[in-house]
Design a protein around this ligand. Structure first.
Ligand code: PBG
Ligand code: ZN
Ligand code: ZN
Length: 370
């Protein structure tokens, strides 16, 4: 670090004057010793502070910069057509009914929104049962939303999350045996039917988040049998970790399990090897996109996914808990919201993702404008 960059670093960090003065004199004494002991010509490779305080020269350091086309915005579609209810644990996010969907999205599409991920929220009494029947109800929120969006927004890319937990009475991501454990075979059969129903309604991409073994292959086979495989991408939530970052989502979607937890089908936080196996397995089964979720706490897994799936797009889901944490910390004055959001998305891109699913999409569309 040269003397002048050290000083400009110190001043730009906003230290107060006295502080800067004392650090300045310390820097000067360091610099003067350095000047006598280091030959400038002999050690050029140690000089990394070559003037990147300018925003453009900072931007040039990035392998990839965030663009609007990398973003997918998650939406909670309610079965109550006129609903537009704020979700308390997810700042600025709402549950939206079918009648509110187009006016809600119009300004975002005008700002460059390119893709959404749909989650259905059945609120009607008796909407939930043991088989998650409402998941592929042709009049249900997801299938209807897909049809409306395809008709109204010609260029919008529509992804549909595929799972049963929003629709099952027990809140688990599949069909259960009498002893309460997941019946993998029945679950995969049901999940793959739901995926085909969403694809058939016009979803460009189906994204199974249930984690049942063998679902990627089953979905591919059924899409092929239905003659629509050529129209739809299959995005696998391949490396999905169980933890405490999904709480606000479960509030929003009403998908909290009524007993037990998701530990038998979601990965343990420490399970890097398991995640690598799941990524390899899902690629072998025919996944077109590999997703890692959550994002910020699992950057190494994103980088593993990029290495293992070097020929596939890699998506990262900055989940509800990450979003809520960043909001809460910004509100508490820990940092500036915008600066932190870009720091988080830069980290996700640096780790190797090229698609980011995040609740910050509306803000990012505004910030990426300038
Ligand atoms: N299969 C449900 C599902 N799909 C996406 C998320 C999490 C998204 C978020 O927290 O933002 C979850 C929650 C869960 O596994 O309980
Ligand atoms: Zn689920
Ligand atoms: Zn799930």
């Amino acid at each position: 670090m040269s003397f002048s960059t050290l000083v400009s670093d110190l001043t730009s960090r906003g230290s107060d004057r006295a502080d800067v003065r004392s650090q300045y004199s310390r820097a000067r004494s360091v610099a003067s010793t350095a000047a006598t002991s280091v030959s400038i010509a002999g050690d050029i490779s140690s000089q990394l502070h070559s003037g990147y305080s300018h925003p453009l020269s900072r931007a040039w350091q990035a392998e990839r910069q965030l663009t609007k086309s990398m973003l997918i915005y998650p939406l909670f579609i309610s079965d109550q057509p006129d609903e537009c209810t704020a979700i308390p644990s997810l700042p600025n996010q709402s549950r939206i009914g079918l009648n509110r969907l187009v006016p809600f999205l119009e300004p975002l599409v005008a700002k460059g929104l390119s893709s959404v991920m749909l989650f259905g929220v059945p609120l009607a009494p008796n909407a939930k049962d043991a088989l998650g029947t409402a998941a592929d109800d042709p009049d249900g929120p997801v299938i209807q939303a897909i049809r409306i969006l395809r008709r109204r927004f010609r260029d919008l890319y529509i992804c549909a999350d595929v799972c049963l937990c929003e629709y099952t009475s027990h809140g688990h991501c599949g069909i259960l045996r009498d002893d309460g454990s997941l019946n993998n075979e029945m679950s995969v059969d049901r999940i793959s039917d739901v995926a085909v129903a969403y694809a058939d309604a016009g979803a460009h991409c189906v994204a199974p988040s249930d984690m049942n073994d063998g679902r990627i292959r089953a979905i591919k086979l059924k899409l092929t049998a239905a003659g629509i495989n050529h129209k739809v991408l299959l995005m696998s939530y391949a490396a999905k970790f169980s933890g405490c970052l999904y709480g606000p989502f479960r509030d929003a979607a009403g998908s909290c399990p009524s007993f037990g937890d998701r530990r038998c089908y979601q990965l343990p936080a420490s399970g890097r090897g398991l995640a690598r196996r799941a990524i390899r397995r899902d690629i072998a089964e025919g996944a077109d996109i590999i997703m890692v979720k959550p994002a910020g706490q699992y950057l190494d897994i994103i980088s593993d996914a990029k290495e293992i799936g070097s020929d596939l797009p890699i998506a990262a889901y900055q989940v509800s808990g990450e979003f809520a944490m960043i909001h809460a910390a910004a509100k508490a004055g820990v940092f500036d919201l915008k600066a932190m959001v870009f720091e988080s998305t830069d980290s996700i891109l640096r780790a190797g993702a090229n698609i980011i699913i995040t609740y910050f999409v509306p803000e990012l569309l505004t910030w990426l404008e300038s």
